[in-house]
Design a protein around this ligand. Sequence first.
Ligand SMILES: [Zn+2]
Length: 385
Amino acid sequence: MERFEACTAHANAAGWEGRRWGRGRGAIAATSAALLLCLVVLVSIGGRKTSVLQEEGTDSKMEAAEKLAKWSKEVNDLEAEVKKFEVEANEKAVDELVHLAKVKDLLNQLKDQVPLEAPPKPWSYEGATGPDHWAELSSDYQLCGTGQQQSPINIELDLQQASLPSLGWVLPKDNAAVTTKTGDSALAGREFYNGHTFEVESLGSPTLLLGGVTYTLEQFHFHTPSEHKVAGRHYDMEMHFVHSAMVDGQKKLAVIAAFFEVGDNSPAFVKQLFETALPSVSSNPTALAPNLDFRGIAQEVLVGTVPTKLESANEFVPNFKNYFQYTGSLTTPPCTEGVTWVVLKNPVDITAADLSAIQNLEGKNSRPTQPLNGRVVLDVGGSTP
Ligand SMILES: [Zn+2]
Protein backbone atom coordinates (compact mmCIF):
# COMPACT_ATOMS: atom_id res chain seq x y z
CA MET A 1 0.00 0.00 0.00
CA GLU A 2 2.75 2.38 0.95
CA ARG A 3 4.66 1.48 -2.20
CA PHE A 4 1.56 1.93 -4.32
CA GLU A 5 1.03 5.49 -2.89
CA ALA A 6 4.70 6.26 -3.52
CA CYS A 7 4.23 5.06 -7.11
CA THR A 8 1.14 7.24 -7.55
CA ALA A 9 3.15 10.19 -6.23
CA HIS A 10 5.89 9.46 -8.78
CA ALA A 11 3.30 9.19 -11.52
CA ASN A 12 1.67 12.44 -10.43
CA ALA A 13 5.08 14.10 -10.25
CA ALA A 14 5.82 12.81 -13.78
CA GLY A 15 2.39 14.12 -14.91
CA TRP A 16 3.02 17.47 -13.34
CA GLU A 17 6.45 17.58 -14.98
CA GLY A 18 4.70 16.65 -18.25
CA ARG A 19 2.02 19.34 -17.79
CA ARG A 20 4.69 21.80 -16.84
CA TRP A 21 6.40 20.85 -20.02
CA GLY A 22 3.12 21.57 -21.68
CA ARG A 23 2.92 18.42 -23.69
CA GLY A 24 -0.36 16.69 -22.59
CA ARG A 25 0.18 13.39 -24.41
CA GLY A 26 3.73 13.16 -23.28
CA ALA A 27 2.57 13.76 -19.70
CA ILE A 28 0.09 10.84 -19.90
CA ALA A 29 2.80 8.65 -21.41
CA ALA A 30 5.23 9.63 -18.67
CA THR A 31 2.61 8.90 -15.99
CA SER A 32 1.81 5.57 -17.63
CA ALA A 33 5.50 4.73 -17.87
CA ALA A 34 5.99 5.58 -14.21
CA LEU A 35 2.97 3.43 -13.27
CA LEU A 36 4.26 0.59 -15.45
CA LEU A 37 7.66 0.85 -13.85
CA CYS A 38 6.03 0.86 -10.47
CA LEU A 39 3.99 -2.17 -11.46
CA VAL A 40 7.12 -3.97 -12.58
CA VAL A 41 8.77 -3.02 -9.32
CA LEU A 42 5.68 -4.10 -7.40
CA VAL A 43 5.42 -7.33 -9.33
CA SER A 44 9.10 -7.88 -8.79
CA ILE A 45 8.75 -7.09 -5.06
CA GLY A 46 5.57 -9.20 -4.92
CA GLY A 47 7.38 -12.02 -6.69
CA ARG A 48 10.16 -11.81 -4.24
CA LYS A 49 7.62 -11.81 -1.46
CA THR A 50 5.86 -14.86 -3.01
CA SER A 51 9.18 -16.65 -3.20
CA VAL A 52 9.82 -15.82 0.49
CA LEU A 53 6.34 -17.11 1.30
CA GLN A 54 7.12 -20.26 -0.70
CA GLU A 55 10.32 -20.68 1.25
CA GLU A 56 8.40 -20.05 4.45
CA GLY A 57 5.85 -22.69 3.18
CA THR A 58 8.66 -25.18 2.67
CA ASP A 59 9.75 -24.59 6.23
CA SER A 60 6.15 -25.13 7.42
CA LYS A 61 5.94 -28.32 5.41
CA MET A 62 9.14 -29.56 6.97
CA GLU A 63 7.89 -28.50 10.34
CA ALA A 64 4.58 -30.23 9.66
CA ALA A 65 6.45 -33.35 8.55
CA GLU A 66 8.48 -33.22 11.71
CA LYS A 67 5.33 -32.72 13.72
CA LEU A 68 3.68 -35.54 11.82
CA ALA A 69 6.63 -37.80 12.54
CA LYS A 70 6.50 -36.74 16.18
CA TRP A 71 2.78 -37.39 16.39
CA SER A 72 3.14 -40.71 14.60
CA LYS A 73 5.71 -41.68 17.18
CA GLU A 74 3.38 -40.58 19.96
CA VAL A 75 0.53 -42.56 18.40
CA ASN A 76 2.82 -45.59 18.08
CA ASP A 77 3.90 -45.17 21.69
CA LEU A 78 0.27 -44.94 22.75
CA GLU A 79 -0.61 -48.02 20.71
CA ALA A 80 2.25 -49.90 22.31
CA GLU A 81 1.00 -48.79 25.72
CA VAL A 82 -2.54 -49.91 24.90
CA LYS A 83 -1.13 -53.27 23.79
CA LYS A 84 0.80 -53.50 27.05
CA PHE A 85 -2.41 -52.81 28.99
CA GLU A 86 -4.20 -55.41 26.89
CA VAL A 87 -1.54 -58.01 27.71
CA GLU A 88 -1.71 -57.04 31.39
CA ALA A 89 -5.52 -57.20 31.25
CA ASN A 90 -5.30 -60.65 29.63
CA GLU A 91 -2.89 -61.82 32.28
CA LYS A 92 -5.27 -60.45 34.90
CA ALA A 93 -8.19 -62.18 33.19
CA VAL A 94 -6.23 -65.46 33.16
CA ASP A 95 -5.48 -64.97 36.86
CA GLU A 96 -9.19 -64.36 37.43
CA LEU A 97 -10.07 -67.52 35.49
CA VAL A 98 -7.57 -69.57 37.49
CA HIS A 99 -9.04 -68.08 40.66
CA LEU A 100 -12.58 -68.88 39.49
CA ALA A 101 -11.59 -72.46 38.65
CA LYS A 102 -10.19 -72.83 42.16
CA VAL A 103 -13.42 -71.48 43.66
CA LYS A 104 -15.39 -73.90 41.47
CA ASP A 105 -13.24 -76.84 42.66
CA LEU A 106 -13.87 -75.79 46.23
CA LEU A 107 -17.62 -75.59 45.61
CA ASN A 108 -17.59 -79.05 44.01
CA GLN A 109 -15.69 -80.41 46.99
CA LEU A 110 -18.28 -78.87 49.30
CA LYS A 111 -21.04 -80.33 47.12
CA ASP A 112 -19.48 -83.79 47.47
CA GLN A 113 -19.64 -83.42 51.22
CA VAL A 114 -23.38 -82.86 51.21
CA PRO A 115 -25.19 -86.00 52.44
CA LEU A 116 -26.44 -88.01 49.47
CA GLU A 117 -30.12 -88.19 50.28
CA ALA A 118 -30.29 -85.35 52.76
CA PRO A 119 -31.70 -82.29 50.99
CA PRO A 120 -35.48 -82.48 51.19
CA LYS A 121 -36.85 -82.03 47.66
CA PRO A 122 -40.48 -81.82 46.61
CA TRP A 123 -40.81 -85.54 45.82
CA SER A 124 -42.58 -88.29 47.68
CA TYR A 125 -43.70 -91.92 47.43
CA GLU A 126 -47.30 -91.32 46.39
CA GLY A 127 -49.61 -89.20 44.27
CA ALA A 128 -48.55 -86.33 42.02
CA THR A 129 -45.00 -86.24 43.45
CA GLY A 130 -44.66 -90.03 43.63
CA PRO A 131 -42.12 -92.30 41.82
CA ASP A 132 -44.01 -92.21 38.48
CA HIS A 133 -43.62 -88.41 38.40
CA TRP A 134 -40.10 -87.90 39.80
CA ALA A 135 -38.64 -87.19 36.35
CA GLU A 136 -41.21 -84.43 35.75
CA LEU A 137 -40.49 -82.64 39.03
CA SER A 138 -37.03 -81.36 38.18
CA SER A 139 -34.59 -81.46 35.27
CA ASP A 140 -32.13 -82.88 37.81
CA TYR A 141 -34.37 -85.93 38.12
CA GLN A 142 -34.41 -86.86 34.38
CA LEU A 143 -32.69 -90.21 34.95
CA CYS A 144 -35.58 -91.35 37.18
CA GLY A 145 -37.60 -91.51 33.95
CA THR A 146 -35.09 -92.09 31.16
CA GLY A 147 -32.40 -94.14 32.92
CA GLN A 148 -31.74 -97.64 31.65
CA GLN A 149 -29.91 -98.89 34.76
CA GLN A 150 -32.34 -97.99 37.51
CA SER A 151 -32.81 -99.48 40.97
CA PRO A 152 -34.37 -101.27 42.73
CA ILE A 153 -34.95 -104.44 40.69
CA ASN A 154 -36.66 -107.75 41.11
CA ILE A 155 -33.94 -110.39 41.35
CA GLU A 156 -34.85 -113.69 39.75
CA LEU A 157 -32.95 -116.72 40.85
CA ASP A 158 -31.61 -118.24 37.64
CA LEU A 159 -28.51 -116.09 37.74
CA GLN A 160 -24.96 -116.11 36.53
CA GLN A 161 -22.81 -117.58 39.30
CA ALA A 162 -19.75 -115.59 40.22
CA SER A 163 -16.85 -115.99 42.57
CA LEU A 164 -16.06 -112.67 44.23
CA PRO A 165 -14.09 -111.79 47.37
CA SER A 166 -15.76 -111.80 50.80
CA LEU A 167 -17.19 -108.51 52.01
CA GLY A 168 -16.08 -106.67 55.11
CA TRP A 169 -15.83 -103.19 56.53
CA VAL A 170 -12.52 -101.96 57.83
CA LEU A 171 -12.84 -99.68 60.84
CA PRO A 172 -10.17 -97.02 61.37
CA LYS A 173 -7.94 -97.91 64.35
CA ASP A 174 -7.89 -94.48 65.93
CA ASN A 175 -11.65 -94.16 65.60
CA ALA A 176 -13.68 -97.00 66.99
CA ALA A 177 -16.70 -95.91 64.91
CA VAL A 178 -18.66 -96.18 68.09
CA THR A 179 -20.70 -93.77 70.09
CA THR A 180 -20.64 -95.23 73.54
CA LYS A 181 -22.76 -92.54 75.12
CA THR A 182 -24.84 -89.72 73.76
CA GLY A 183 -22.70 -86.64 73.46
CA ASP A 184 -19.34 -88.43 73.57
CA SER A 185 -18.43 -87.38 70.08
CA ALA A 186 -19.92 -84.81 67.78
CA LEU A 187 -18.59 -86.73 64.78
CA ALA A 188 -19.95 -90.20 65.30
CA GLY A 189 -23.40 -91.48 64.48
CA ARG A 190 -25.39 -88.34 63.75
CA GLU A 191 -28.99 -89.33 63.16
CA PHE A 192 -31.84 -87.44 61.53
CA TYR A 193 -35.00 -87.81 59.53
CA ASN A 194 -34.38 -86.26 56.11
CA GLY A 195 -38.05 -86.15 55.13
CA HIS A 196 -37.93 -89.50 53.36
CA THR A 197 -35.92 -91.82 55.55
CA PHE A 198 -34.31 -92.12 58.96
CA GLU A 199 -30.61 -91.71 58.34
CA VAL A 200 -27.46 -92.12 60.39
CA GLU A 201 -24.22 -90.61 59.16
CA SER A 202 -20.71 -89.77 60.44
CA LEU A 203 -19.96 -93.30 61.48
CA GLY A 204 -16.22 -92.92 61.81
CA SER A 205 -15.67 -93.70 58.11
CA PRO A 206 -15.47 -97.49 57.86
CA THR A 207 -14.11 -98.51 54.45
CA LEU A 208 -15.18 -101.29 52.10
CA LEU A 209 -13.07 -102.84 49.34
CA LEU A 210 -15.24 -103.67 46.34
CA GLY A 211 -14.07 -104.42 42.81
CA GLY A 212 -10.63 -103.01 43.59
CA VAL A 213 -12.05 -99.70 44.82
CA THR A 214 -11.91 -98.62 48.46
CA TYR A 215 -15.23 -96.98 49.35
CA THR A 216 -15.97 -94.99 52.48
CA LEU A 217 -19.25 -95.45 54.31
CA GLU A 218 -21.17 -92.18 54.36
CA GLN A 219 -24.48 -93.13 55.93
CA PHE A 220 -27.12 -95.80 56.38
CA HIS A 221 -30.90 -95.56 56.23
CA PHE A 222 -34.06 -97.68 56.00
CA HIS A 223 -36.90 -98.41 53.57
CA THR A 224 -40.19 -100.16 54.38
CA PRO A 225 -41.13 -102.44 52.77
CA SER A 226 -37.94 -103.59 51.00
CA GLU A 227 -37.12 -101.92 47.69
CA HIS A 228 -35.50 -104.92 46.05
CA LYS A 229 -37.56 -108.02 45.54
CA VAL A 230 -36.22 -111.57 45.30
CA ALA A 231 -38.18 -113.90 43.04
CA GLY A 232 -41.03 -111.39 43.10
CA ARG A 233 -41.20 -111.13 46.89
CA HIS A 234 -40.74 -108.07 49.12
CA TYR A 235 -39.10 -108.26 52.53
CA ASP A 236 -40.48 -106.19 55.44
CA MET A 237 -37.59 -103.73 55.50
CA GLU A 238 -34.35 -102.94 53.66
CA MET A 239 -31.34 -101.17 55.09
CA HIS A 240 -28.98 -99.25 52.76
CA PHE A 241 -25.32 -98.59 53.54
CA VAL A 242 -24.27 -95.84 51.12
CA HIS A 243 -20.57 -95.60 50.24
CA SER A 244 -18.59 -93.31 47.98
CA ALA A 245 -15.14 -93.21 46.48
CA MET A 246 -13.29 -90.83 44.15
CA VAL A 247 -11.97 -92.68 41.09
CA ASP A 248 -10.10 -90.61 38.47
CA GLY A 249 -11.83 -87.46 39.73
CA GLN A 250 -15.27 -89.06 39.45
CA LYS A 251 -17.46 -89.87 42.41
CA LYS A 252 -18.41 -93.55 42.48
CA LEU A 253 -21.13 -94.97 44.67
CA ALA A 254 -21.67 -98.39 46.18
CA VAL A 255 -24.63 -99.46 48.29
CA ILE A 256 -24.91 -102.56 50.45
CA ALA A 257 -28.53 -103.61 50.98
CA ALA A 258 -29.64 -105.79 53.87
CA PHE A 259 -33.14 -107.30 54.12
CA PHE A 260 -35.13 -107.55 57.34
CA GLU A 261 -38.18 -109.69 58.06
CA VAL A 262 -40.43 -109.97 61.08
CA GLY A 263 -39.20 -112.55 63.54
CA ASP A 264 -38.88 -113.19 67.27
CA ASN A 265 -35.99 -110.86 67.96
CA SER A 266 -34.32 -107.67 66.73
CA PRO A 267 -30.57 -107.20 66.61
CA ALA A 268 -29.13 -105.07 69.41
CA PHE A 269 -28.41 -102.10 67.13
CA VAL A 270 -32.01 -102.02 65.86
CA LYS A 271 -33.29 -101.98 69.44
CA GLN A 272 -30.89 -99.18 70.35
CA LEU A 273 -31.74 -97.09 67.34
CA PHE A 274 -35.47 -97.58 67.16
CA GLU A 275 -36.39 -97.70 70.84
CA THR A 276 -34.26 -94.81 71.99
CA ALA A 277 -33.40 -92.74 68.93
CA LEU A 278 -36.55 -92.77 66.83
CA PRO A 279 -38.86 -91.05 69.31
CA SER A 280 -36.55 -88.03 69.49
CA VAL A 281 -35.36 -87.90 65.90
CA SER A 282 -35.75 -84.59 64.08
CA SER A 283 -34.75 -83.14 60.73
CA ASN A 284 -31.70 -81.58 62.34
CA PRO A 285 -28.68 -83.89 61.87
CA THR A 286 -27.07 -83.03 65.18
CA ALA A 287 -28.54 -85.54 67.59
CA LEU A 288 -26.26 -88.48 68.27
CA ALA A 289 -27.49 -92.02 67.89
CA PRO A 290 -27.18 -93.35 71.45
CA ASN A 291 -24.97 -96.34 72.12
CA LEU A 292 -24.40 -96.95 68.45
CA ASP A 293 -21.70 -99.49 67.73
CA PHE A 294 -20.92 -99.92 64.06
CA ARG A 295 -19.03 -103.16 64.79
CA GLY A 296 -22.27 -104.65 66.09
CA ILE A 297 -24.16 -103.48 63.00
CA ALA A 298 -21.50 -104.92 60.68
CA GLN A 299 -21.54 -108.30 62.42
CA GLU A 300 -25.34 -108.64 62.37
CA VAL A 301 -25.72 -107.53 58.78
CA LEU A 302 -22.77 -109.34 57.21
CA VAL A 303 -23.93 -112.69 58.57
CA GLY A 304 -27.73 -112.47 58.64
CA THR A 305 -30.05 -114.24 61.04
CA VAL A 306 -29.37 -117.95 61.08
CA PRO A 307 -32.63 -119.84 60.37
CA THR A 308 -33.87 -122.00 63.24
CA LYS A 309 -34.87 -124.87 60.99
CA LEU A 310 -31.73 -125.88 59.21
CA GLU A 311 -31.69 -129.24 57.53
CA SER A 312 -27.98 -129.00 57.69
CA ALA A 313 -25.74 -126.36 59.27
CA ASN A 314 -23.66 -126.45 56.12
CA GLU A 315 -26.52 -124.97 54.10
CA PHE A 316 -26.21 -121.60 55.76
CA VAL A 317 -23.77 -119.29 54.01
CA PRO A 318 -23.13 -115.97 55.80
CA ASN A 319 -23.90 -112.76 53.92
CA PHE A 320 -20.30 -111.63 53.53
CA LYS A 321 -19.92 -114.36 50.91
CA ASN A 322 -23.54 -114.79 49.91
CA TYR A 323 -24.92 -111.88 47.93
CA PHE A 324 -26.16 -110.52 44.61
CA GLN A 325 -24.24 -107.85 42.75
CA TYR A 326 -25.33 -105.64 39.86
CA THR A 327 -25.00 -102.09 38.51
CA GLY A 328 -27.92 -99.76 39.21
CA SER A 329 -28.85 -96.35 40.53
CA LEU A 330 -29.81 -94.42 43.63
CA THR A 331 -33.42 -95.39 44.43
CA THR A 332 -34.32 -91.77 45.21
CA PRO A 333 -34.06 -88.63 43.04
CA PRO A 334 -31.81 -87.74 41.27
CA CYS A 335 -31.63 -91.54 40.56
CA THR A 336 -27.91 -91.26 39.72
CA GLU A 337 -26.66 -94.32 37.82
CA GLY A 338 -23.39 -96.25 37.91
CA VAL A 339 -24.03 -97.40 41.48
CA THR A 340 -22.56 -100.78 42.44
CA TRP A 341 -25.23 -102.69 44.34
CA VAL A 342 -24.53 -105.52 46.73
CA VAL A 343 -27.76 -107.14 47.95
CA LEU A 344 -27.15 -109.47 50.89
CA LYS A 345 -29.22 -112.66 50.65
CA ASN A 346 -29.87 -113.70 54.27
CA PRO A 347 -32.47 -111.47 55.90
CA VAL A 348 -32.05 -110.19 59.45
CA ASP A 349 -34.90 -110.68 61.92
CA ILE A 350 -36.73 -107.69 63.40
CA THR A 351 -39.65 -107.68 65.87
CA ALA A 352 -43.04 -106.42 64.72
CA ALA A 353 -42.84 -103.64 67.32
CA ASP A 354 -39.50 -102.34 66.02
CA LEU A 355 -40.73 -102.55 62.45
CA SER A 356 -43.83 -100.53 63.42
CA ALA A 357 -41.65 -97.89 65.04
CA ILE A 358 -39.79 -97.22 61.77
CA GLN A 359 -42.95 -97.55 59.67
CA ASN A 360 -44.64 -94.94 61.88
CA LEU A 361 -41.77 -92.54 61.31
CA GLU A 362 -41.16 -93.07 57.61
CA GLY A 363 -44.43 -94.34 56.17
CA LYS A 364 -44.09 -96.35 52.97
CA ASN A 365 -40.82 -95.27 51.39
CA SER A 366 -39.87 -97.79 48.75
CA ARG A 367 -39.60 -97.17 45.03
CA PRO A 368 -41.23 -99.78 42.75
CA THR A 369 -38.84 -102.17 40.98
CA GLN A 370 -37.40 -101.00 37.65
CA PRO A 371 -36.79 -102.87 34.35
CA LEU A 372 -33.58 -104.88 34.23
CA ASN A 373 -32.92 -103.91 30.57
CA GLY A 374 -30.52 -106.77 29.98
CA ARG A 375 -28.31 -106.10 32.99
CA VAL A 376 -26.45 -109.05 34.45
CA VAL A 377 -27.04 -109.81 38.11
CA LEU A 378 -24.21 -111.83 39.64
CA ASP A 379 -24.96 -114.53 42.20
CA VAL A 380 -22.11 -114.81 44.67
CA GLY A 381 -22.17 -117.77 47.09
CA GLY A 382 -24.86 -119.70 45.26
CA SER A 383 -27.03 -120.23 48.33
CA THR A 384 -30.72 -119.49 47.73
CA PRO A 385 -32.21 -117.31 50.44
ZN1 LIG B 1 -32.00 -96.19 50.15
